[in-house]
Write a protein that binds this ligand. Structure first.
Ligand code: PMT
Length: 222
């Protein structure tokens, strides 16, 4: 018999990096491979959820039973997320979204000139913070990629972005963060609970996180 505690639930999961264009050949991005978010998508679908995966550019195959929408930039991701948010029950924002983009996107390849070059950057929209303002029935789960003061910064994001759970990883720790098949995370919940997990595969992190989401939602409906 299948254990399907998420049957009937709509999940919106974001994964991967964003690419912010400078000109037709260059862009600004980060180290996200998409692995963490894809594992969450696959595990949620396995537990019966209807999963929409909004993905930045990755090398990964679409997990079984998951609907995937491809995006490039933070703005594209924002628009795709907004399109689906109203009908979603749980949002998990694993994507590493650019905080800044080039203010001007050059239509032609930028030519080399003598001396230094300067690229002016402007802020992108904070997708998660926007969802935090709009949220009604949704459970909002954020990630925090930190290099220092992990607990303080993660709890700050939980509060500021009006989240229900935040998954913090220290990306400087061995076996944690970008690219690899393992992660080491601590989950902070709005109700004050903290779950510190040891290093484990991203698949196992995904399963533990989903169990905590289920747990949190049950606690809130009691
Ligand atoms: O993809 P992998 O290689 O497996 O690596 C996994 C990971 C390191 C990318 C993942 O575990 C992780 O930490 N993801 C969050 C990365 C990130 O952008 O963290 P942040 O602390 O900068 O952002 C906090 C939260 O706000 C995130 O949920 C992010 O999706 C969201 N955000 C940020 C900026 C923005 N403009 N809009 C957002 O929604």
């Amino acid at each position: 018999e299948l254990y399907q505690p998420l049957k009937g639930k709509q999940f919106l999961i974001t994964a991967g990096p964003t690419q912010e264009k400078i000109d037709p050949v260059r862009y600004i991005t980060n180290h996200s491979s998409g692995k963490m978010g894809y594992q969450i998508a696959e595990a949620a679908a396995g537990l019966g959820a209807e999963v929409t995966l909004i993905s930045g550019p990755t090398q990964l195959a679409t997990p079984k039973g998951v609907t995937r929408i491809n995006v490039d930039s933070a703005q594209d991701m924002y628009e795709a997320v907004m399109e689906h948010f109203a009908s979603t029950d749980v949002v998990v924002k694993t994507a590493a979204v650019a905080d800044y983009r080039p203010k001007v996107v050059h239509a032609e390849k930028m030519k080399k000139k003598p001396g230094d070059a300067v690229i002016e950057l402007e802020r992108t929209t904070d997708i998660l913070a926007t969802l935090g303002e709009l949220k009604k029935h949704q459970t909002l789960v954020g990630f925090a990629a930190e290099t220092e003061k992990v607990e303080e910064y993660a709890k700050g994001k939980l509060e500021r972005k009006n989240l229900d759970l935040i998954v913090a990883n220290n990306i400087t720790e061995a076996g944690a963060g970008f690219k690899g098949d393992t992660n080491k995370v601590t989950i902070y919940k709005k109700n004050g609970e903290t779950i510190e997990l040891p290093i484990m595969t991203k698949r196992d992190v995904a399963e533990q996180l989903l169990a905590e989401i289920i747990n949190y939602e049950q606690g809130n409906s009691r």
